[in-house]
Design a protein around this ligand. Structure first.
Ligand SMILES: Nc1ncnc2c1ncn2[C@@H]1O[C@H](COP(=O)(O)OP(=O)(O)OP(=O)(O)O)[C@@H](O)[C@H]1O
Length: 438
């Protein structure tokens, strides 16, 4: 870069950081060199965590999975690649990515990924099973766990008394579903069910509430994620709610975190919290009530079969085990999304096998083990029972191979070279390990 270019650098930096799309650039070795503010927001990373680390390390990806690396290797651009995933902060994100190789004087010097965050848009696209479906009622809520049973019991009570309700739970736990079920449980029935989505940041929608809601009918108003509104907007909403009075309406709100914490850190207005909290209903994350996973899968497959005549009606034991072990940061929505993806690709299969799971899910869950082997397992201690030598050597081999693979970014050729063995031999041992893990 000459001096003139360098003096323009603050302009470039400003423009990149202000851009409404995520920008991630790597140099020819795969090191991150640009990672703008929007990309940080999308992927839930901070710049310090990203700088000077390869994308393989960052995202725990293998080479086939990373579009940036694929483009770096092939030199061919990839356009309009849609990805849905749960980012570092556990938020569901859908992006459409364009990834370009960058050449300078005919030499490939890096690659740039431009990501458009279409998460909000995606929310408007209904899942196939919810399209044209019957009104949502408690009969559709899967509640095998004690936690979920208690949620349903309290929610029914709230519908009977018509007192305001505050639903508390992570994204995808079913707050929306419970809100709509409460509305449809009310007897005699309320008029319209309005959802006020607080995910948006403009204030005009609160100003328009007086016009948009028909205050002459008895309605249900669900204020979805009030904790995402700024405090001045929460104040505005609170004033509006007080001005219309309760007069038979059902008021429901949802928040994504513990209210005490939210009030403490200034993200939730105390008055608004008290307005809604006649009934505070906490919906636990799915990882804390795994009994609900398989009933949900069965009910999903049954509904899909009925509606679309698909042949899937169960899951293989190894998939079942994986589903029960996985933590589901995106909760039921993540599970539902995964089932949508698998079933849309299925043709004549009747059972969901491991091989039918999408690559991104297999990669996330690969190596998940109840007791992953740790270095400390090889230390011989007087109070520890000794393992038979065979077992010890097998565990040591597994540990050593895993570490060696990680060191070489899961590259079989490089790892085999470093360990002084053939690729085939390494592949055979890795396969054996994987099968042995069952
Ligand atoms: N217990 C359940 N039984 C059946 N379906 C469920 C259950 N919980 C969640 N779902 C389904 O999972 C998906 C996500 O649920 P929902 O949209 O209600 O979550 P949410 O907590 O409102 O998420 P967000 O905070 O992101 O708005 C929906 O399609 C919903 O029908």
């Amino acid at each position: 870069m000459n001096t003139i270019d360098q003096s323009l650098f603050p302009l470039y930096e400003f423009a990149v950081n202000r851009a409404g799309v995520g920008i991630h650039a790597v140099d020819h070795t795969g090191r991150t060199v640009i990672y703008n503010n929007k990309m940080k927001a999308i992927e839930g990373f901070e710049l310090e965590e990203v700088a000077d680390r390869s994308i393989l390390e960052l995202f725990n990806l293998n080479q086939e999975e990373s579009t940036l690396l694929r483009v770096l290797q092939s030199g061919i651009e990839q356009l309009n690649v849609k990805q849905t995933y749960w980012n570092r902060k556990g938020n569901e994100i859908t992006t459409v990515n364009d990834t370009y190789p960058i050449f300078h004087e005919e030499e490939l010097i890096g690659a740039v990924e431009i990501a458009s965050d279409v998460t909000a848009l995606e929310k408007f696209i209904l899942h196939p099973l919810r399209k044209d479906s019957d009104p949502v009622t408690f009969s559709q809520v899967i509640a095998k766990s004690e936690e979920m049973k208690a949620v349903v019991t309290t929610a029914i009570k709230a519908a009977q008394t018509k007192l305001p309700v505050l639903l508390i739970g992570e994204s995808g736990t079913g707050k929306d579903l419970i809100a709509e079920s409460i509305h449809n449980e009310i007897s005699p029935a309320n008029g319209s069910f309005y959802t006020l989505s607080c995910h948006r940041s403009d204030s005009s929608f609160i100003d328009r509430l007086h016009e948009d809601l028909n205050v002459n009918e008895v309605f249900t108003l669900f204020c979805d994620r009030i904790d995402l509104l700024s405090i001045p907007l929460q104040q505005k909403l609170y004033s509006f709610l007080k001005s219309i009075g309760q007069s038979g309406h059902q008021f429901i709100a949802s928040i994504g975190d513990d209210p005490v914490e939210l009030i403490g850190n200034g993200t939730l207005l105390k008055d608004l919290y008290y307005f809604f909290t006649s009934f505070a209903i906490r919906i636990s994350p799915l990882r804390k009530r795994k009994e609900d996973i398989l009933p949900f899968v069965n009910s999903y497959l049954e509904k899909r079969k009925k509606r679309f005549g698909t042949s899937l009606d169960g899951i293989a034991p190894e998939v079942e085990e994986l589903f029960l072990r996985y933590d589901w940061p995106g909760n039921m929505r993540e599970l539902e999304f995964l089932l949508d993806e698998v079933s849309s690709l299925a043709s004549t299969e009747s059972i969901i096998s491991y091989g039918m799971l999408p690559l991104h899910f297999r990669l996330k869950t690969d190596g998940m083990n109840d007791n992953p082997i740790q270095a400390a397992d090889f230390i011989v201690k007087p109070q520890k029972e000794l393992l038979p030598l065979d077992q010890y050597l097998k565990d040591a081999e597994a540990y050593y191979l895993q570490k060696a693979m990680k060191l070489h970014e899961d590259n079989i050729t490089k790892t085999a070279q470093a360990l002084g063995m053939s690729r085939q031999n390494l592949q055979y041992r890795l396969r054996k390990l994987k099968n042995g893990r069952g």
